[in-house]
Design a protein around this ligand. Structure first.
Ligand code: AHR
Length: 335
């Protein structure tokens, strides 16, 4: 009897030790708190909180689709918020994601400045942040893990260089009007800078008017109407995106001018509608900006969640299109 009891308590102790070992092993494998995730739930699935700028353009719609489809394909649970072009909405969404203890926060900042406080809150909560599409001007680069997106200065430069080449034989002034993106946005600041630097090569090229059209068709149309009223001779329009260029087409046609001929039109993005306008001879040149950032973003989210080091800057590959190139590319254009 005694022998039997001793045997029982020995195997009980062994079972207890085994259970503890298994429990510790499982917790370590889940890596709940030390892998860069701020989450407390541990079902193995990564949760991403994403704050989108809005739905202002064809580019943005394609970008949102890319992010949603890629999250599903990557098995990442996506919490998505549309900030309707307002920084305060983005800050609110990010704070909500921090409270919800998501594993990763990603966002496309509507403007460049004013993010330090909320980014610090995310960092203090142990939640990694990925910037996508647009960057911030924070001096402290440790507030986010990486920035995935285009080189907007380069896009503006490519647009300007094409114009310099087209107008190299011009003997008199070439009057340019510029439709900027929303005030304070990285693509508006950077495209303006790149374009301005490139056209400085020819003193005949002059920007005679420059105003924000907020990256929307309505904005582009309205501001172009004002430009046409205020300026007798407009030779070139540089629009910071296709949508503003498309809105401007309406204003130009209504003013009795032929877009693409009376006024040379240069835009950025290369979404389907813009490419169609280029192929139809209404636009003259487009510098591409790719919205298909979803697959790379999800890949980065998995890496930062696993505690891997990722490059601080990942630049999107892009090209440019003339009218002939647009005709060729259009049938296979995905967005
Ligand atoms: O940040 C990318 C820019 O934002 C696109 O060029 C524009 O179309 C969008 O609204």
């Amino acid at each position: 009897m005694m022998g039997k009891m001793r045997m029982h308590s020995a195997s009980w102790r062994a079972a207890t030790v085994l259970a503890s070992v298994l429990l510790v092993g499982t917790m370590a494998a889940c890596g709940n708190s030390d892998t860069g995730g701020g989450g407390t739930k541990d079902d193995g699935k990564i949760t991403m909180g994403f704050s989108q700028v809005g739905a202002e353009s064809g580019w943005r719609t394609a970008n949102t689709t890319s992010i949603k489809e890629s999250a599903t394909a990557a098995g990442i649970e996506l919490k998505f918020d549309d900030a309707q072009q307002k920084q305060e909405n983005q800050i609110k969404a990010i704070r909500n994601y921090i409270q919800q203890k998501v594993d990763v926060i990603a966002f496309s900042p509507v403007v460049e400045s004013g993010w330090d406080t909320v980014l610090k809150e995310a960092k203090d909560a142990g939640i990694p942040v990925i910037l996508t599409d647009r960057s911030v001007d924070s001096a402290d680069k440790t507030l986010y893990k990486t920035f995935l997106g285009s080189d907007f200065v380069k896009e503006g430069k490519l647009a300007g260089e094409w114009l310099v080449e087209q107008k190299k034989t011009a003997t008199g002034p070439v009057n340019i009007v510029e439709l900027q993106g929303n005030t304070g946005a990285a693509p508006a600041n950077d495209r303006k800078k790149g374009f301005g630097e490139a056209i400085a090569a020819n003193p005949n090229l002059k920007i005679i008017a420059s105003q924000p059209g907020d990256f929307t068709r309505a904005g582009g149309k309205q501001v172009m109407e004002q430009f046409l009223k205020a300026n007798k001779q407009i030779d070139v329009l540089f629009a910071h995106n296709d949508d503003m260029g498309l809105g401007a087409l309406e204003a130009i046609t209504a003013a009795g001018k032929v877009p693409g001929k009376d006024i040379t039109i240069i835009t950025v993005d290369a979404v389907k509608d813009g490419m169609q306008a280029l192929a139809d001879g209404k636009f003259n040149f487009i510098a591409e900006c790719s919205p298909l950032l979803g697959p790379q973003l999800m890949d980065l989210a998995k890496k930062v969640h696993a505690g891997e080091t990722v490059p601080a800057r990942i630049e999107t590959e892009e090209t440019t299109f003339t009218q002939e190139q647009a005709k060729e590319a259009l049938p296979n254009r995905k967005y």
